[in-house]
Design a protein around this ligand. Sequence first.
Ligand code: ATP
Length: 348
Amino acid sequence: MEYILELKNVSKSFQDDLILDNLNLNIKQGEFLTLLGPSGCGKTTTLRIIGGFLQPDEGEVIFDGKNIANLPPYERNINTVFQKYSLFPNMNIYDNIAFGLKIKKMPKDVIDKKVEGALELVSLKGYGKRSIESLSGGQQQRIAIARALVNEPKVLLLDEPLGALDLKLRQVMQTELKKIQEEVGITFIYVTHDQEEALSMSDKIVVMNGGLVQQIGSPIDIYNEPKNAFVADFIGESNIVDGVMLKDLEVVFSNNKFVCLDKGFKQNENVDVVIRPEDIDLVKPEDGMLTGVVENITFKGVHYDIVVDVKGEKYLIQSIYEKQVGEEVGMVIIPDHIHIMEKQRDEI
Ligand code: ATP
């Protein structure tokens, strides 16, 4: 079977608000898929529909070839890890992890082995007898993951599982989670609004906004070839300026003609021109395709963030060279770094 999970034309409203609008998603066995989007875009709603905690108003949830839209959560071979770890505080770590296996009435020696394996997987071997409150936030999150994995679900849903951790620990856990996922080969469906987290962990990213899928692709595709200005802006920083396509391979923005690589737009069509801050080279004013005046400069460690005013339009440029506020600079943008996008539709 090609897909372990498919959402077909799934829609969901709360009161009169349409939260998911005809959502279609195909998820492969063993894939690390991330739902990424701003707060309120419908990520958690999608996850809850997959987990069985919510019913869709319309559409199908196909799991292993069968429509499970009406099955309760416990009858689905799917487990969920929440941001709030939801561990049982009155039980020790062993009992927390063993909970689901005991309900299934597995023999004690089998449970012992599985719990030991799960603890090893999350690098907490030997922690079984410890109490929950003796663990740090990061360790508690590992236990929550071990408790979900020990049931050997076919799909694991993770709703912002690292959201409560500080940045350093979050980065460590990102690497570990990815490693665990590769080791166990279980399909992970991960929800986050953090684009860096999505880029570094996922095989496939689904960018959502306002209940609509904006783009589905690998992290590299989504970063390098964003489909519209929303995706470009949400994934990393972007300059988005108004442009007009003169003809194939020729665009005007900031009162200048540029060669680009895009074709197929109407003559004189209004477009969004998207340029990444790291893709603009600063040169002497006389050598620039555009010239402007440095308005602001911030040291960022590896580079400077430089805001350049080009006759009222502001460009963010990342450069390793320091400039002075008020200095005149030239800007060079090669065709490969000019991304032309259709003007966004109103609902996006
Ligand atoms: P966040 O990152 O903030 O968790 P999200 O993308 O996961 O956001 P959802 O939790 O799916 O967003 O919510 C989408 C929209 O649906 C929000 O506007 C939310 O207020 C609304 N919503 C979610 N659950 C309910 C509910 N049970 N009743 C009414 N409205 C709801």
